[in-house]
Design a binder for this molecule. Sequence first.
Ligand code: PEP
Length: 286
Amino acid sequence: MLATLALAPHALLSQPLAVGRHAVPGQTRSAVLMAERTPLIAGNWKMNTDLASAVELAKAVADASAKATDVDVAVCVPAPFLIPVKEAIKDSKVGVGAQDCYFEDAGAYTGEISTSMLKSVGTDYVVTGHSERRAIFGDDDEAVNKKTLKVLAEGLKAILCIGELKEERESGETFNVCDTQLTKGLAGVSAEQMADVVIAYEPVWAIGTGLTATPAMAQETHAYIRSWFVDNYSQEVADKVVIQYGGSVKADNVDELMACPDIDGALVGGASLQADGFSRIINFEK
Ligand code: PEP
C-alpha cells in the first residue's frame, strides 16, 4: 500500500504503487518495440525567455540535436516566439511546439490562439492538458479533449499530459486518475489519429518541485498506461504510442529514466531552459 499523507516527500517517492490487474512487464525492451518507437525529448519553456534568449536557446538546442541519434527533439515555446524559434531551428531536426491552444476555429475569444494560427506559423506539436493549465486556468478533461481533437483535426501532433496529484498517489488513485484522464482526454480519437498523439505522464507532485519519480515508479505507471492502450485501442497502438515522462527530469537523472522499457522520452520544464543541461538530456545514454 501507499504511504499516508503524513509521509515526507522523500518517503512518498520511495513507495511503489500497488499494482492492480496490469502486471508490470520486465525491464527489457524488445528490439522490435524499440525500433517502432522513437523517443521524443521536448522542452517546455513555459512563460520564460524573451526574444533574444529564446532565439539563442533554440540555436543551442539545434546544435545539440545534431549529434543526437535515434531521438526526436522539440521545444515548446511561448507563442510570440514560435516564428523566430522556427527560423532559428530551420536547418535542424528540432520541432517546434505550442504550449496550449483553443478549440474554436476563430471569433470573439480574446487572448486565445487557434490551431489554424499555430499551423500557419509552422508549429509541429501542441501540448494539451498540462497540469498548470488544468490547475491554474481550469482546463478540465472535456476542454482538454476538445483541444486534443482540434489539434489532430488540424494535422498537428498533440502532446497530451496526464498525471496524478500528490494526494491521489498517496491514496492509491494513480492508475484511476490516468484511466480517467486518458478516457476523457482521448474520447473520439481514432486508432489512426493515435499516430499523432504523444502521451506525457507527469506526476503533478514532481513538476517543478525537484522531486522525481524513481525509475521504478515511473516505469510502473508507464506500463499501466501502455496496458491501457492495449485494453482501449489495440496491441499495435500500445506498441507504437510514445509515452514521455515529465517531472524534474535533469541531466543527472535522464539516463536511468530513459533506460526503463516503457519510457519513451521526456517532457522537460525547468531543465530545458539551460542549454548545457538540455543538450545532455537530448543526448541521453543509449
Ligand atoms: C513540465 O513543465 O512539464 C515539467 C515537467 O516541468 P519540470 O521539468 O520543471 O518539472
